[in-house]
Design a binder for this molecule. Sequence first.
Ligand code: NAD
Length: 338
Amino acid sequence: MKELTLGLVGVGRIGVMHARNIAALEGTLPDVKVKLRLTDVAADHAKRVAADLGAEFVPSVEELLATGVDGLVIAAGTAVHPELIMAGVDAGIPVFCEKPVAVNVAESLPVLDYVEAHNGVVQIGHQRRFDAGYLEAKRAFGAGELGWIHSLRAVTCDMTPPPVSFLATSGGLFCDCSVHDFDILRWLTGREIVEVYAKGSNNGDPEIGAVGDVDTALAVVTFDDGTVATVSASRYNGAGHDVRLEIQGSQSSLLVGLDEQLALRSAEAGVPFPSGAPHQTFIERFEQAYQDEMAAFADLILGNRTNPCPPQDAVAASRVADAAQESLETGLPVTVKL
Ligand SMILES: NC(=O)c1ccc[n+]([C@@H]2O[C@H](COP(=O)([O-])OP(=O)(O)OC[C@H]3O[C@@H](n4cnc5c(N)ncnc54)[C@H](O)[C@@H]3O)[C@@H](O)[C@H]2O)c1
């Protein structure tokens, strides 16, 4: 029986879910005993999470790393990702870090250099790469079943915004939210996005505008073969958490997210579809994908697989997000700096 001890930094919205998924890993990995040690600057909250899951609370990241964990999972806010990734690499252990690497490309590049110079192993949390619908879309695309692609439309809408305190350090809607779509468009097509034209609006809480963000945005992106796609996002989708990717080709079309829980209703008479309760949050929508992503990180540590999302890929998606942000601010199309 092998022992695998994971350290987790940050048990906020997504960190608590990762903590649960790590605690449940033992049931999915054959012959592996999994231990979890966690820390958060909100110590009382973290102690409660640790107690609930039978994990060990450790007062600081330094002490966590000093205990000799086999891998570090980073689910603290984006602003502290660079220092935490580098601390994990310094400790000589594989690192899983939630997306994105940093709030922008300029702050990501020194991290990439550091990881490369120290032969670090870093998996970034783009969980859609593990989602059954996106995997099927990639398979169908790769097999040529759709013919040549004339249009792609990606949608990511939250029901309600995260706290403004989170938004203030998130890097903005493109960096925080649409970066998932930029990543999946590159991953699925195997192509680079070379130009972005973006618009945004703020019709919700004025505090979102006050911290320099938008609550809704649309980007038109162009791939290196001239194919165009749209990427839209909002923090105010009352119908439910809505994540979709529509791919239309010369032979056939498909839609990721078209199931009974789709957060849309038909305007046509007598159409009961979709009949299920829509997802409320990303945690519900990608429940299985997050579990598979963490299992993949455990397998990466154990040497059983290659890295499913290296930081170079994540930074390539951030380049598109940065270009979208620049386009939003200037009102002009922006060439992506490859
Ligand atoms: N993959 C996804 O679908 C997805 C979804 C949501 C969030 N995220 C990413 O996850 C990260 C966290 O997001 P969240 O919504 O959970 O944020 P959050 O604010 O709810 O939680 C962050 C937690 O980290 C703690 N923290 C901050 N700095 C710390 C430090 N230096 N040391 C220890 N603890 C620290 C905070 O106290 C808080 O509990 C962000 O980078 C975000 O982009 C990814």
